[in-house]
Each structure stands twice: as C-alpha cells, then as structure tokens.
Write a protein that binds this ligand. Sequence first.
Ligand code: M6R
Length: 607
Amino acid sequence: MCGIVGHLGPQNSVELVLEGLKRLEYRGYDSAGVSFIDERDVLQNYKKSGKLENLIGFLGEGPFVARSCIGHTRWATHGEVNDTNSHPHSNDQLSMVHNGIIENAPALKSELSSEGFEFKSQTDTEVFLGLMTINLKKGMSFREAVTASFNKVEGNSAFVLIDPDTSDIYAVKRCAPLVCGINEGQSEVLVSSDPYALAGLVDKLYFPEDEVVCHLSSGNKNLLNFYELDGSKTTRYLSKIQDLSAAVSDKGDFDHYMHKEIHEQPELIRSLTHYYFAGEGVPALEKAIKEKPENIHLVACGTAYYAGLVIKDHIEKLNRIHCHAELGSEFRYKNPILGKKDLGLFISQSGETADTLAAQSLCKTNNLKTMSIVNVDGSTLFRDCDSNLLIRAGVEVGVASTKAFTQQVLTGMIYSAAMNGILDNPDRKKDMAAKFSLLAERVDKILSEENKIESIASEIHNYKGYFYTGRGVYYPIALEGALKLKEIAYVHAEGYASGELKHGPIALIDEEMVNVALVGPELYDKTISNIQEIKARKGIIVTIGPRGDEHLKEISDHFIELDFDGLDELSPLYVNIVDQLLAYFIAKFKGTDIDKPRNLAKSVTVE
Ligand code: M6R
C-alpha cells in the first residue's frame, strides 16, 4: 500500500529517494514526504498531503545535499489525509516511515501518553515514534531501541527509520514487503518496499525475512548488516542478483499507463506462449505438474480472483479435479477443509497482497504444497511457495489490473493443459499454441479499431448504473468488467450471471441503466432471452457478441462484433479486452484519474 524508499551513500540521497518514490506512487498517493540529514548534519522533514508532485513543488528548487534520506508515499489507514498525518513522523531523535497497521496502537497510545509522550497525529505509526523516543531516552542504542519497540507492536508492518546522530538507516518488518539493495561501485545502500524502486540503482537485492533488523550504514565496513531481534548477526535473508532496469517504464505515446498496458497484451500473449511451450518456462511448468493434487484451493483477491474463476473452470473441465476458488480475505478465517494431497494455488500480480499471503501461510502450516501464478519475480508470494509460474506481464503501473488478468488466465490454462498431458502431445500442443497466437491476432485487431468502442463510450458514459451480464465462462468476465468500470470511472457497476437478474436485480432496470451483455458462442440462446428481459424494461443494451449476428444487432442499442471462430476456451479473454477498453474510455470521458483512482493503491499489503 504505502511506498517506502531509503538511501544512504555519497550521491544525492534526496534526488534518488524522490526518483524511487515516483516509481512507487501508484502504490499510494494520499501524501508524500522525505526526511534527510542535510550538509550541516541537521535532520530535515518535509511532507505534504496529496500526490508526490505536491511535495516536489513544496520542496522547490534543489539540490538538497544529503547523503542519507528516507521517503514515503501514503495510502491512509489511520487518520485522515492531511499534512500532520503524512509520513515521515519525526522529532529531534529520529524520523521514521511505516507501511502496515499497528493493531495494538490504542493500548500503546494510552501507555505512551501516561509516560508523557505527546501525540501530534491520528496515525498508528506515531506509536512507534513514541516507543522509540522513550527507549532512546532510557539510554538504549538506536538498534536496541528499534528491536525493543518492534517487540511491542502487533500486526503486519514494515518500519524504516533514520538516526540523525549517525545518518544510518534501520529497517524491520513482519509480513510486509521490504527489500534492501547495494551498489558496490558507488558505496551506496538502499531500502524499499518494492524492488521496482531500486531498479537500475543496485547490483544486488537482499530480501530480509520477518523480524530481521537491517542496518544500512556508511561508517561500517559492510554497508548492510542483518541482525536477529536478540542482537546476534543473522543470515536470514535471500540475496539475489536481479537486473530490473528494463522494468522501469514510461507511458510512451499513451495518455495513461492503463491504455498502454491494454495495448501491450498481444505481444505479451505471444511471448508467454513461447516461454512455456518452448522456452525458459518449461522446467517451472514441469515442476508444477510433478504431483497431481486431489483438490485445488485457488485463492486470490480482486481481479486476480476473477482470473482464478476462469482458471477453475478450465481445470475442472479438463482435469476433473475439484478446484475451490476462494477470496483471500474469506479463506484465511473460514477454517477450510484441507486434505494432505491438496494444492494451495495463489494468484497475484504483486505477490504482496496481505490476504493472499495469509492464505498461503495457512496452507503451508497445514502441510499443503503451495504454488503461485504471479507476476513479480522475487515477491513474498514467489519466495514462500514451493513452485511458481510467472505470468511475465512486465511491470503493471496502472492501478486497474489489465494485462496481468490476461496473463494470469493464460498461465493457469497452460498449467491446466500441462497437467492433462496436452503439452506432451505434439499435435495438441501445436493446436493450443495456434489458439494463443490467434488470440493475439484478434486482440491486435480490436485494438486497431478501438475508436468504435470509444464512440460507444462517449454515448453511454453518463448513465446511472451498469450491469455486466454473462453466463458460464463469461460470468467471471462480467464480474471483472464491472470491477474495472467502478474502480476507474467511479460509477456503480455490477457483474451478474445473466440468469440471476430476474431473481432480484431486474427491479433496478429502467431507461437510466445500461446492460453490457457478454454473449459468446456458449449458452447463446439462454443469454439472448436474458437480454430481451432487460430490453422489455427499457434498459440500454450494449452487446459484445459474435460478428454478423443480425438478431443481436437488432435487439441491441450498441453492438460490438467479435470474431470468436477458433478461439474456443480463450474467448472470454477476448471479450474481457473489450471490457477493459470500454471502462477506460468511459473513465476518460468522465475525466477521472485513471492510473491512480481515488482511495485505491496498486498493492494491498494490509488486511
Ligand atoms: O497484486 P494482486 O494481484 O494480488 O492484487 C489483487 C487485487 O488487489 C487487484 O487485482 C485489484 O482488484 C485491482 N485494482 C483490480 O484492478
């Protein structure tokens, strides 16, 4: 949720931290702030509510000379969005930033207040500042104070702190993302909540395990040291050489990342096909299908969950293995029935979603094998699972997930096909590869004609509400289409199984409601009857359906024609790309902040 970046080294720390924060701003944009030790060795703290550009404007013309700096972009959990609640929180003894939630903050607040600590903000974070301040006053060293304070707080969090006496930076976390990195040549050391912020700046990444204190220091012969909470040195971290420089992306000629990411899909489909059918992904796929599970517990959140529903359908149809699709936030608390030979399968773009990670950990504790379908190589989910299938979508910056959905579904289908032996049969494998390539071709075509979808969006963007309906494999697509529209266009949209409307929601249909009807070749007649029921109640019908279908054209107010021939089980993905474009253009006509929709963050690392 919140983005954290820290830097220590001879280069200008403030500039590097701001550069890192720019890359992470899509993770939270309620406020931004930096703390640094200036050239007179004085701790400076600047923070501003709103987007990072507000902070940059407030800082004015640099350069700010500093060789140690921490920075933060906030997604507010405790306390409204204002300057005081923004991070860093600081006093003359330290400055600190935080990502996560301190669950026992109320109790600690009263304790600290009775010890004389005065709170300025409404945040839970300031509790940690209070604990640190009191522990330092007791004469503890900075690292001892970090450990003692961390031992008192409950919940999942990452903390990064700067010590004004030494300029050193300390970091520690529990079930929250944190990564350190070293640039040996420049004698620089960095820390962040996301490796993406460190791309191109470090040669080596270090992923600390939970409850490991990371000490970033320039005065030490090692720039980076790791300690257990009892003060002993530790090797509980994973080090990795990872060149992420290619991952740093810009919008190119597009107005928004979301639009650019929708357009990347044909190429990504092609490269994923090669990766798993003949390329470097083959060993990971072989590992993934080594043991055939009795049942699959497929767990994810949001868009990744809807991708999971499509995958579930594919696995069950092809492999006849019972596949339970579950929301991460529900699964973790429902005491699920888990068999010893079952598989926990987790789908995530970021690999850092708190509820998905908690579900993975629950499966692991119950001795299940766990596997991920994930985008971010090296993410917590990737590291914690027994096997991983990367979706290779590249960095997804737009908060609304688009290309990740397509790649998740395709990777899940490849897994399902491999489990069925399809990839061991040259003819069937060839057929499947041909379908993937056909999908890429059809998506290319849709994208080249997107102005047709834009013109429909211009006519329907001001209605009261939107029902996305579909049956069978198009039902998850209806859910995903509605989610996309509501999150970026701020209008009420609901996804429904077409046959369910008459069980209640049809009461809402009138001339101010739009029905986006998804009609593929499957269950065609049934779906048409459902459209008629809405039309009879004066709803506006936008149909996405087979090309040349005169009947559909006649009953629809707007008709988006698609060529389904030969796509078979990939058809839902094809329809979904139209949904993505429709949501994008409706939001554009409404003038919303498409890449950073209000109240959202790219990666949901709190419960
Ligand atoms: O990183 P994850 O795939 O685990 O994220 C899951 C959801 O938070 C995410 O898909 C969210 O629903 C998107 N904003 C949807 O566009």
